[in-house]
Design a protein around this ligand. Structure first.
Ligand code: PAP
Length: 341
């Protein structure tokens, strides 16, 4: 790595590595974007109305240019730390249950992290300016993304492909993001203090944020086109996973038969994809998936309300006010009470 390039802000040194390998188009584009100090990288750039790192922007440009949705595609969308790993595992298990029985001791979810079974557009398929030939993949294809609704490729919006969106109450999402980013940071960077991260989160400066814009994009679409976008909440899924698995299967056009229900298949899927089951697997204890990060950091506590252990009353007040102001008028509310003992 070369020596850091000093920018106009003397407190932030750009890590040259962050822009290494990105396309000339992306380089030119980000130099015209508003930027703020990043959580994990020197800067986040405001691209198409959301905050992103240079390499992500480059991949999103490639995705927007090349990805062609098929009617049978399923796209799992989340803002980071909202339940991506969980919804990937559930959707994979539901959609493949006729090819791989859920009770199979060789089920792919027992040997692979869900991120390896359901690839992200921006971290895997279109990362590093790739343009993969996705037409060779068997139908139905399952993909995932953190990209806000407005920036999805046109073919996703105009085709009959389905989108499943999972969101999580912002208090927990913030805490989960803060822990994760501090785990992943390079040794050369100091941990980001909670208060500083909180200020950035409340300003909307977080990967793919502001969180309220991200949620509202998918929320509004789910209200207008309920057959196109299924909107689920992490807290509701925790409270009653079985009915959500059933709802998900119905939405995907693969409802459980009476026979399957009688056999307890829904419960089996819930168990296979549970936090405890996935966390304890060898692949998730010692493997690496997205961008070569340790899988173990994807499984921290998996609970609702861990924020009580970190946020001061004034922080809770501030963030709850933002949630109310930004989301309340649209009828988007969260159960934020803690179940953590
Ligand atoms: P990603 O966006 O980086 O892929 P994502 O999976 O969305 O991360 O979020 C991780 C959170 O989901 C973690 O929450 P925590 O920090 O509050 O603990 C993680 O523990 C939780 N999680 C992962 N797998 C499951 C699961 N199977 N069931 C419930 N929660 C889960």
């Amino acid at each position: 790595m070369g020596s850091p390039q000093i920018t106009e802000n003397p407190t932030i040194a750009v890590d040259e590595d962050e822009e290494n390998g990105i396309s000339a188009e992306c380089k030119e584009l980000i130099h015209g974007c508003r930027k703020e100090k990043g959580w994990r990288t020197s800067f986040l750039y405001e691209f198409q109305g959301f905050w992103c790192q240079p390499k992500e922007i480059d991949a999103i440009l490639s995705f927007q240019k090349h990805y062609l949705a098929r009617d049978s595609d399923v796209i799992l969308a989340t803002i980071p730390k909202s339940g991506t790993t969980w919804i990937k595992s559930l959707t994979f298990a539901i959609m493949n249950r006729n090819n791989v029985p859920v009770s199979d001791g060789n089920h792919p979810l027992l040997a692979s992290n869900p991120h390896d079974l359901v690839p992200f557009f921006e971290y895997k398929l279109y990362a590093n300016n790739q343009n993969p030939n996705l037409s060779i993949l068997p139908k139905p294809r399952i993909f995932a993304t953190h990209i806000p609704f407005g920036s999805l490729s046109e073919s996703i919006k105009s085709s009959d492909c389905r989108i499943v969106y999972v969101c999580r109450n912002p208090l927990d999402t913030f805490i989960s993001s803060w822990h994760y980013i501090n785990q992943l940071r390079r040794e050369s960077r100091p941990p980001i203090p909670l208060e500083e991260a909180f200020d950035m989160y409340c300003k909307g400066v977080i990967g793919y944020g502001p969180f309220w814009e991200h949620m509202l994009g998918y929320w509004k679409e789910s209200q207008e086109r309920p057959n196109k976008v299924l909107f689920m909440k992490y807290e509701d899924m925790k409270e009653d996973a079985m009915s959500h698995v059933k709802m998900l299967a119905n939405f995907l056009g693969l409802p459980f038969s009476v026979e399957e229900e009688k056999q307890g298949l829904i419960e089996e899927i819930v168990k296979l994809c549970s936090f405890k089951k996935l966390k304890d697997l060898e692949v998730n204890q010692n493997g690496k998936s997205i961008k070569n990060f340790d899988n173990k950091h994807l499984f921290r506590k998996g609970e609702v309300g861990d924020w009580v252990n970190y946020l001061s009353p004034s922080m809770v007040h501030q963030l709850s006010k933002i949630m109310d102001e930004k989301l309340g008028d649209f009828g988007l509310k969260f159960k934020v009470c803690s179940t953590v003992s």
